[in-house]
Design a protein around this ligand. Structure first.
Ligand SMILES: O=C[C@H](O)[C@H](O)[C@H](O)COP(=O)(O)O
Length: 262
């Protein structure tokens, strides 16, 4: 790789590298999607090649499946694995109760199914993802293409009745056409600025016809591994608070940094 990693990339990398240590031989592991999860997949691939780690990975998107195979991870479907020991994934925001907004990369549906089919969900994130109240990041809602404008109108009505701050909803685009998820659906991004009652909003949204899933992950995440640009890394647990703190030294000429596609 040429050039230096940005502090954000270093933070993502150290979080991912620390979380890769949680994977043990024989485990069934949910593999998240996004730039932080991509670091995790590379770190796990390195452990497979260098330590002979054997585990089965269940990817949460076609992108992750492709990368996992490329780095030598055995990939299986969730139906083949049936249940997972742990899922490790990124997030767009997390709060003190480890509730999350996810779906910035469009993979929220598979991510939520995989995370909830796991004994444990571990989020890996750079420190900038921590918020006091969820909502500054636009909340992704996956909707089926049929009748999308009707679903969008019902979502906006629900936001008014819940008195949610900021109610603009936008259709996620990919150039001139709507973004299409791995499941063939569209995504509406809800620009809310602050979500007062995330638990209630998550339930209300999923009652609306046409809504497949929303990006609020409530009571799903067990641990967050927080990375900092200077190499510090912290593990926070929903029950035990901060359980470990440390610093990860790494060399930017490490094999992992070669041939980075993104
Ligand atoms: O749909 C994508 C996922 O929820 C990602 O895990 C999330 O958007 C975080 O992505 P990144 O690690 O690239 O910030």
């Amino acid at each position: 790789m040429t050039g230096e990693l940005s502090p954000i990339d270093k933070a993502k990398f150290v979080a991912a590298k620390r979380a890769a240590d949680f994977v043990e031989n024989g485990m069934r592991v949910g593999l998240g999607t996004g730039s932080t999860a991509a670091w995790l997949v590379r770190c796990l691939g390195e452990r497979v090649r260098e330590e002979g780690l054997t585990f089965r990975g269940v990817p949460t998107s076609t992108r992750t499946a492709e990368l996992a195979r490329d780095v030598g991870i055995e990939v299986v479907t969730l139906d083949e694995a049936r249940w997972l020991d742990v899922t490790i994934d990124g997030a767009d925001e997390f709060d003190a109760e480890l509730n999350l907004i996810k779906g910035g990369g469009g993979a929220l549906l598979q991510e939520k199914i995989v995370a909830t089919a796991s004994d444990r969900m571990i989020v890996i994130a750079d420190a900038a993802k921590e918020v006091e109240t969820l909502g500054a990041f636009p909340l992704p809602v996956e909707v089926i293409p049929f009748g999308r404008t009707a679903s969008q109108a019902l979502i906006e009505e629900a936001l008014v009745s819940m008195d949610v701050m900021g109610r603009q909803t936008t259709l996620r685009m990919n150039g001139d056409t709507p973004y299409v998820t791995d499941e063939g659906n569209h995504i509406l991004d809800l620009h809310l600025s602050r979500i007062g009652n995330a638990r209630q909003l998550a339930m209300v949204l999923n009652q609306i016809p046409g809504v497949v899933e929303n990006g609020l992950f409530i009571d799903i995440c067990d641990q967050v591994v927080v990375g900092y640009g200077d190499g510090r890394v912290e593990v926070r647990d929903i029950n035990a608070g901060t359980v470990s703190e440390g610093r990860l030294d790494f060399a930017e000429d490490d094999n992992l940094f070669r041939d980075l596609g993104d």
